[in-house]
Design a protein around this ligand. Sequence first.
Ligand code: ATP
Ligand code: MG
Length: 377
Amino acid sequence: MFYLERLTLEGFRNYRYQQVHFHPALNVITGNNAQGKTNLLESIFFLSVNRSFRTRKDHELAYFDGHCFNLKGNFIKEGFNHAVQVEYRSNKRLMMKVNNDHFNRYAQIQNYPVIVFSPDDLQMISAGPSVRRRFLNLEASRLDSLYLKELKDYQRVLNQRNQVLKNYLPRARLEDTLSPWDQSLVELGVSLIRARVAMIKALEIEAGHFFSEMTEEKEKLSLEYASTVPYCGDREEMKELFYRDLLNKRDQELRRCSTLLGPHLDDLVVSINGYNTRPYASQGQKRTAALALKMGEVSLFHHKNDLCPIILLDDVFSEFDLSRKQQLLDFLNKSGGQCFITSAVDLQGMVEKLNRTYKHIVINQGCIRDETVRTGD
Ligand code: ATP
Ligand code: MG
């Protein structure tokens, strides 16, 4: 059992100071627009992942004109209390503590898993490949710490290699200088691609299962990795193919001053009934597909670590038809993870059909206006 029991927000977004206790299973957060519902979910995500799902700029998270914020959360994990604290001060490194021990940012990313689904996640289907790569990188890093290390190394190698390509060295010197970077690029690139392909195969099963339930078995979701490097079962053969293609691209890379092959350019193709969602799917289908990817991650993490991540669903219920809403609630009920659902409209009738206890929290201008534990019929 893993859940967030208590959270204190200080100077975070529109919260001056607020403490809140949560239900271990289900928390329904309602309030008018612009009151702080998404901000509350963002703070939970930040505590876990050490970054926001809405911005990469930490200073935007500090209360207007403030220069700092502080988040404290008590996660309960297999009966033990983990006091997690994150403190931001402008011009200082983010401070993170777990039970008073200091950690670097992202060091605890696997330990307090939280998965968020927000309206912006439609971008995972609609926007360009970089959004899907970010999704793959974040989720693969959470499933495997080696992936995170190799990803950081790959990004460093990529930057160095691009730097060499920009230096206009004479050809012989260029080949000498590039050679070690080529080797590292190939080595790390092949590792990342293979890890991504393995994750996508597993994700296809889990996300596909969720998607079928959401569409009452009428539609089928499939995932495919679109690689700039030829993929094959054998790692050594793949490295050779990557290296060969890299040499073939040399002139083009020199003209463009950048690396034109590798996982930093790859994509994830999401299809429904065999058709690519990006050009063909409806809004509702895209949203369901994006949600399926996230819920697939929940299941993958759960199977791998025997721990169900905390699920944050921002405004998800306003987007789906009645049948999808019901299917989603049923899935959440079965998942066993702690769940936070925000909505600007009342969800009481819908949630109470689940026949379970939950907490209803009403937010007004960055303050908790009301909190009640309710039981379904
Ligand atoms: P909606 O139903 O429209 O999604 P919401 O309740 O989710 O609304 P939030 O996104 O949580 O609303 O934002 C609530 C308020 O927080 C907004 O009015 C916004 O201007 C304010 N806000 C955002 N960033 C900051 C900040 N750094 N300092 C103070 N207030 C902020
Ligand atoms: Mg919101």
